[in-house]
Every structure is written in C-alpha cells, then in structure tokens.
Design a binder for this molecule. Structure first.
Ligand SMILES: *Cc1c(COP(=O)(O)O)cnc(C)c1O
Length: 444
C-alpha cells in the first residue's frame, strides 16, 4: 500500500471507496460479524498493509471462473469461501482446453492424416468424434499404423534435439517428457531425483533388463526466479554426467531442449511417449500441456491435480498413471508438521540420490553447488513435498517401464488417450464461456 500511495494515490483513493461500499454491503448480510468483514476486505490489515488484488477482482467481476473442477472447488471452499458465501452464483467452472487445429492438425500431420482416413475430417471442428478410435484399440493393424506415426514423430524430435543440443538420442527409447515453465510447484526437481535414482539403479544392477529412456525437459524460468534457474542448471549438470557415462549408454539419456515456446512445443508434443504432470496436488490450476500431450498419444504419469483428474475420468483409470498424495492429504500433512528429514532417513534410495547431488557427484568442479538446494528440501521444509511423493513416483515409473515392454498394450492405451480427449477442445471451453458467462447463442 505504501508503494501505491506513492505511485498511484488516486487509484488507492478509489479502492478505499470501493472497499467502503463493499464492506457496507457485506455488513448488512452478516451484522456484527467482524471476522467476516476483515477476511473479505480489499485491504490486508495484519502486518504491512497490502491491497488484496484478487479480492478487488472478485468485487469488480460479473463471474469468477475456475479452470478445472478441482481448482473451482478449492476456490469456493478455501481461499474465496467468504466471497462464495456472499455471491455463490458468481463462481463458475469451465475447464481449460486446447485447440485441435494447432495441437493436432498442424503439429501432428501424420496422426491427422490417419484420423482423416479413419474417422473422416470432421474431428477438427468436433473433437468428440475422436471417440471413434475406442473400438480400434485392439486392432493390430491400426495399432501398428498409430505407433509408426509416433515413431516418425520421435525421429523428428530426435533431429530437433541433435540440432539444438548436439546430443544424439534413440527414437526407439521411451521418450519421457516434462515441458512447462520451470517452477518449484511443478516439481521438475522430483523428476531429476527419479533420473538420478534410475542412474544409480542401472549402475548397481546393469543387467536388470532396463527399458531404455530419454528424459526430455524444456521450459523457461522467470528472470528473477533464482531457485528455478538453479534447477535448470542441475538438469544440465546431471545430463552432462549421465550422457557421457558409457555404463548407461543406450539405457538413459537426459536432455534440456532450449528456448521452449509454442513452436518448439509443436515438435515435442507429438514425439512424447510419457507426459510428466507431477505438480504437488492442489497447486496446478488446470494445466494444458497435459491435454496437448495426451491428445498426441502420450500416456500421463501425474498427480491427482488440476485437469489431470478430468483427463483420468475421460481416458479411463487403466490408461493413466496417477501417483502420490492427494490434495486433502497434502493439506493434512502440512498441518500435522511435515518432517522431510524422516523421509530421507527412512528411504535409502532417496538418501543416496540426495547425498549424491549434495556431495557434488554432478558438479565435480564445484562440489558444494547443490548443497543449498538439497538443504532447502531437508531443512527448508520441502514446501512442495517432493520427499513425501518420491517413493510412490519411483514405484510408478517402474510400472511405466513394465507397460512399455508390452508394446501392444502400450499402443492400446495411447490410442485410448487420443480417443478420450474430445472434451478438452478449447471449442468446448469457449462455448461454455459464451453460454454461461456472456449469455450468447451461436450465430447460424
Ligand atoms: C501449453 C503450453 C504451456 C502450458 O503448459 P503446462 O504444462 O500446462 O504448464 C506453457 N508453455 C507453452 C509454450 C505451451 O505450449
């Protein structure tokens, strides 16, 4: 507020007036309930006085939309419960979607042509028609065609990786993809912990019949987000050790594709086998990368979060890998005093991974480089509960391997994913906005 007072004094005056009128209205609804008014106020009065921008937005809005069923539910039950009590009809849910023109027709011309031959061309404007693929899951000839297209898209992605990073990756390996902004809540670091665990396990048991994997990251960090940039650096450091180690050659590669944006995404999405959607439950409002990847035939390994929950409902429980704590469990664990050190001490595999990173195994030129990062997990509270979800994640990754070995079963589930994604067209989302928010009907 001191900043606004200095830079935008007139705006602040107007905000005070809006707040006065709003709180007068709220007081009339619940006379004498001062706690209610303090929670609703546009001004935070505890500690340094602040303007609550989200509260101002709700007061000024006709509708307030949540972008997935879980997100909408959390908004009205947790952070905006008092506003929902005041204006229940103001809060809506319209789950996000992605456009099938960019994310299928343009990005994946091979699959688009197969769909045209199989279903006709109407899916571009009516994505629910993808359901027609469901009956073809068991058709061996269709599976082969579908997987040949996936293989060609993986070869195209491998060329992009070679051109931009200089690293050769094998399109026959499982392409395990996490592409999104780099953020602690999205838990790219949990993915790295799994990669290091896998590296150590391959070294310990070289003849265990490992499924060859290429782990692919891409994403940008906000310019001032030092912790996110440190994770990008760790991915590069772990990659440079693993990619040069002849003992894991042909079994594990780790690459970071530079300059993530929609054009790079159009090359990555069609070439993915596995889609990593591993945010701490309750933190990802929806996600749309999850939709793009499933639409292109990737299987999801993910938490019970955001639109993953609805993707699971649409593609079927058997065609997705869900792991880890659920939102109420996350809230309960934090409330009961989460102790990351207990998980470290209780899981030798996790301990070995964190000790290797903290001890400089991936930064031999500067052994202490990641001590602080590991300390932020062990001693800094591990706010996003990586250590609590680690064992479940690693165990689920082994189930991914087992399925990938059964190539026909994998193909069937990949096809089921495409078949189930009709509901995630942005055409459906926009239709809902037009009807429920703006009260419009389509022009003929
Ligand atoms: C779809 C997309 C996103 C959103 O990805 P999430 O995994 O949902 O966070 C971000 N950046 C680009 C370039 C995208 O195409």
């Amino acid at each position: 507020m001191s900043l606004m007072q200095h830079v935008l004094p007139r705006h602040l005056e107007i905000i005070f007036r809006i707040n006065q009128e709003f709180l007068d209205f709220a007081a009339a609804q619940r006379p004498g309930d001062h706690g209610f008014l303090a929670r609703l106020s546009l001004i935070e009065e505890n500690g340094e006085r602040r303007v609550r921008m989200a509260h101002l937005s709700i007061v000024g809005s006709h509708k307030v939309n949540g972008v997935s069923a879980l997100h909408s539910d959390l908004l009205v039950k947790t952070i905006f419960a008092d506003f929902a009590a005041l204006w229940p009809e103001r809060f809506t849910n319209m789950t996000n979607g992605v456009t099938p023109r960019r994310w299928l027709a343009q990005a994946n011309p091979g699959l688009a042509a197969l769909l045209d031959r199989t279903l006709g061309t109407k899916w571009r404007l009516d994505l629910d028609q993808l359901q027609g693929l469901r009956d073809l899951r068991g058709n061996a000839a269709f599976r082969d065609e579908f997987m040949a297209i996936k293989r060609a898209n993986k070869a195209r992605l491998a060329e992009h990786i070679a051109r931009t990073t200089g690293i050769a990756v094998d399109p026959a390996s499982l392409f395990d993809v996490q592409v999104k902004r780099i953020h602690e809540y999205k838990r790219q670091l949990l993915n790295v912990l799994h990669v290091v665990a896998r590296y150590q396990a391959i070294l310990a048991h070289p003849n265990a019949g490992w499924v060859p994997r290429t782990v692919i990251f891409a994403g940008k960090a906000a310019s001032s987000y030092a912790a996110a940039k440190n994770i990008i650096r760790l991915i590069h450091d772990v990659g440079s050790v693993i990619n040069r180690d002849p003992r894991v050659a042909g079994l594990l590669k780790l690459v970071f594709v530079p300059n993530y944006g929609v054009s790079v995404a159009e090359v990555i999405m069609p070439g993915a086998d596995l889609s990593e959607q591993i945010s701490t439950a309750g933190t990802e409002a929806s996600g749309t990368g999850n939709m793009k990847l499933a639409l292109n035939g990737a299987l999801t390994i993910g938490t019970d979060d955001g639109a993953n929950i609805e993707i699971r409902q649409h593609v079927g429980d058997d065609n997705i890998f869900i792991f880890g704590l659920k939102t109420p469990e996350v809230l309960a664990m934090r409330a009961s005093g989460y102790q990351p050190m207990r998980w470290y001490e209780g899981n030798p595999q996790l301990k070995n991974v964190l000790d290797a990173i903290a001890g400089g195994s991936f930064s031999p030129d500067e052994p202490g480089r990641y001590r602080g990062l590991v300390d932020s997990l062990l001693w800094g509270g591990d706010h996003y509960l990586l250590l609590a979800d680690f064992a479940s994640y690693v165990e689920t990754q082994l189930r991914v391997d087992a399925l990938f070995r059964q190539s026909g079963e994998w193909a069937s589930k990949a096809i089921a994913n495409v078949a189930g994604m009709g509901a995630f067209s942005s055409d459906r989302t926009i239709r809902e906005y037009a009807q429920q928010i703006w009260g419009m009907t389509p022009a003929p």
